[in-house]
Write a protein that binds this ligand. Structure first.
Ligand SMILES: C[S@@+](CC[C@H](N)C(=O)[O-])C[C@H]1O[C@@H](n2cnc3c(N)ncnc32)[C@H](O)[C@@H]1O
Length: 261
């Protein structure tokens, strides 16, 4: 008879309040790191729903900040979460979170643009490109200051099957500014159609999911610079990456469910 599955029980420390986050991390002073954070667990859980089941999955979170999305990923049952955060001020809090979830959360103080991810996860999870998707996800409420270089880097990595993509067709679930998301998802008839649309859609199945209002962020995003969340899986012509978009819209926008390929 199969042994009953062990369920690891852990109690995560509660998230800091909005006031604490702003005070502790002086968020308004750090515009260059694009620190517009999400602390509403209903929203972070909703984002994760787009990624599919994370139970026992390996996950790389980009820019965890104070750890809102990180909490949701751990609560979703991820077995192994590697977070890469550039800002030193968040590392202590993330380490506390790591102590509360032993052997589940690995904290890397570094830059996602230069971090090597091809050795970040066990080789055993690797799947052939044409095979099923590996149980590995890239997830993040992306720093809005770095999306284009990061997307280009990931697209190159998908094309060369390196970095996160040595493991196979790794799925991505990420946020983007509205303009970037529109370019990623733009159809041939669209005014937003660009080189980025062609490259992304050649290598990936790009999908937009839902809109997040700017007021959900702390500090809230101003009307105008919209933002967008998206996610991806992988492909060649028959097996490609898919990018699932969740849009962050202006302050007055209601939550809107929409999907376009
Ligand atoms: C938009 S905030 C999101 C924070 C958190 N994920 C959330 O949803 O509340 C972006 C985060 O990415 C971090 N960051 C910015 N550039 C980065 C980089 N190149 N590599 C890793 N983290 C970065 C910032 O310090 C910040 O914590």
């Amino acid at each position: 008879m199969a042994a009953p599955r062990k369920i690891a029980l852990f109690r995560l420390p509660s998230l800091p309040t909005i006031g604490e986050v702003i005070k502790l991390y002086k968020l308004r002073a750090e515009k260059q790191l694009s620190q517009n954070v999400l602390l509403d667990m209903r929203l972070t859980d909703k984002i994760l729903c787009q990624a599919g089941s994370l139970r026992d999955a390996h996950v790389c979170e980009v820019g965890p900040g104070p750890g809102g999305l990180t909490h949701s990923i751990l609560n979703a049952g991820a077995a192994d979460l590697l977070v890469v955060e550039k800002d030193n001020r968040f590392i202590h809090g993330l380490n506390l979170l790591s102590e509360a979830a032993p052997r589940k959360l690995r904290v890397v103080h570094g830059d996602i643009l230069t971090s090597r991810m091809d050795r970040g996860f066990p080789k055993v999870i690797t799947k052939a490109w044409e095979d099923d998707l590996p149980d590995l996800h890239i997830i993040g409420n992306l720093p809005f200051s770095v999306p284009t270089p990061l997307i280009i880097k990931w697209l190159e990595n998908i094309s060369n099957r390196i970095g996160h993509f040595v493991y196979g067709r790794t799925r991505l679930t990420l946020t983007f500014q509205k303009e970037v998301a529109e370019r990623l998802t733009a159809s041939t008839a669209s005014r937003q159609r660009s080189r980025l649309s062609i490259m992304a859609q050649y290598l990936c199945a790009v999908k937009s999911f839902f809109t997040i209002p700017g007021r959900a962020f702390i500090p809230k995003l101003e009307v105008g610079p919209h933002a967008l969340l998206y996610s991806a899986h992988t492909h060649t012509h028959t097996h490609r990456a898919s990018w699932l978009c969740i849009q962050v819209d202006d302050d007055n926008a209601p939550f809107v469910e929409h999907t376009h390929l």
